[in-house]
Design a protein around this ligand. Structure first.
Ligand code: C5P
Length: 219
């Protein structure tokens, strides 16, 4: 592993879930430990990059030489991302499991148990990685896609729809990969090519992903 692979580069990574409050004690979130994103941040730092990690609520230590910005909601992650991208960065890697929707209203008091059925109205959150890819100071933009079926088809569609430079996709239907696991397997897709990174420790997969990103970014 080349420790100067990304020297001089500013790499920004989103990681973990976001949390969208329903009331002061309840929220909507996604299944995400943040492990993959934190491993990618660590690998980018080991490759010599300056790393900013924009993190949702997770239980993980900050990797060494990584600048961490903590956020809770998707709109906070969006604002933090736009701020760093606006200042100029080289590579943006979106590993975060952002909540697609948030409650239209957040109650400022605990909602009381009442009728048999209650309704929650949700509104779409902004797509962070798509906004980064559409930014005037667009960095090399990498997305993630966790799918349970037709993994490659959906990932390819996301690559195109969100105008990404690369997408890393994994099948989360198995037990030994994705989510809380320490292992992962990825298929990395870019316009005109792809590479399979077989099941390995997330730290190992993260290093391989950083190598692929560095090659494509430098073209
Ligand atoms: O569309 P989907 O959520 O499956 O796309 C996943 C990719 O998009 C991930 O890279 C994720 O971090 C990013 N994303 C985002 N903002 C959202 C939703 C997803 O940056 N609101």
């Amino acid at each position: 592993f080349d420790h100067n692979l990304l020297s001089g580069c500013h790499v920004v990574i989103t990681a973990g879930p976001t949390r969208e409050a329903i009331d002061p004690v309840r929220y909507i979130t996604n299944q995400s430990s943040g492990k993959m994103g934190y491993a990618v941040a660590e690998a980018a730092a080991e490759a010599g990059a300056r790393v900013t990690l924009i993190s949702g609520p997770v239980n993980l230590p900050t990797p060494t030489r990584v600048h961490r910005i903590d956020v809770v909601r998707a709109d906070e992650m969006y604002d933090a991302s736009m701020a760093v991208v606006g200042e100029g960065c080289d590579v943006f890697i979106a590993t975060a499991a952002v909540a697609d929707y948030r409650p239209t209203i957040t109650s400022d008091h605990k909602i009381k148990k009442s009728t048999e059925e209650i309704h929650l109205t949700l509104v779409k959150n902004p797509d962070i990685v798509a906004a980064v890819a559409a930014h005037a100071r667009r960095p090399f933009t990498v997305g993630f896609a966790a799918e349970t079926h037709d993994v490659i088809t959906y990932a390819q569609r996301k690559l195109e729809n969100k105008h990404l430079d690369m997408i890393a996709t994994n099948d989360v239907s198995g037990e030994n990969v994705g989510f809380n696991s320490d292992n992962n397997a990825l298929t990395v897709i870019w316009p005109g090519g792809h590479k399979v990174l077989p099941l390995a420790a997330k730290r190992q997969i993260a290093k391989q992903l950083i190598e692929l990103i560095a090659i494509r970014y430098k073209r």
